[in-house]
Write a protein that binds this ligand. Sequence first.
Ligand code: OAD
Length: 272
Amino acid sequence: DTLSDRSVAAVAEFIKSGRAKQIVVMTGAGISTAAGIPDFRSPNTGLYNNLARLDLPHPEAVFEIDFFRYNPRPFYVLAKELYPGNFHPTISHAFVALLAKKKLLRMLFTQNIDCLERAAGVPPELIVEAHGSFATQRCIDCKTPFPDAEMRKCVESASPPNCVRKECGGLVKPDIVFFGEQLPNTFFANATVPREADLVIVVGTSLMVHPFAGLPRLARDGVPRLLFNMERVGDFGTRADDVLYLGECDDGIRKLVDELGWGDELEKMWVE
Ligand code: OAD
């Protein structure tokens, strides 16, 4: 086994020994719940449990491209609540930025569309936004980009905008990936990076949505995989060097950081 035991302390020891220089981090909605953004699948608090008011055929329809064409309003109601700018990064986001500062971050794969990893100071070139983001938007038909400032207004009033080309008039959607859409090229261009990892850290995801969910399995044999999540997910626990911290990710990250002796540095990174 690579680790002395299956504990957060053993992972800290592994990092301190200098054997983790290509850390790959994979995140989902659970990393942002402490920032006040609901996740999708948590019972009671998850978005999919609280969409009844939007009159959807089923919860996931709010992110389905065919339903969006039929009725874009529910998505815009949700977009208003999720729009970046209203939230601050968590301590877990700051930790990823700290790894980058220490030149230990090979890459961050995120499923989140809240842009909080950028806000926390993770360099954009190290972030793969696998499900896109709210940073840009375009017409779903002719793909013509739509201006940011206009978009902000439309999201604030939850009113779906139409293409700037009058003769097109198609619906405009933020460049977040809906069910039934391809992931961005950057995802596929970097999809083999997890094979180069010497440590994999997964934070706050149910690992239910593919192809993202397959990334942790790409870690080579003997490469430690550390999970910070409320529940066990994916195939975590099946490998000798898997470490599972089941609880609030911010608590787990603080524990790791304390073991590393990086506590003060982390607090400084944490822009609140
Ligand atoms: P999910 O809501 O499916 O999973 C969030 C996970 O984080 C769950 O396992 C929670 O238990 C855990 N969690 C929540 N809060 C936590 C906390 N404070 N600390 C630790 N763990 C916590 O969210 P994702 O896995 O990100 O796709 O969902 C994946 C994709 O499904 C999303 O990107 C979205 C959605 O449909 C699209 O919109 C295309």
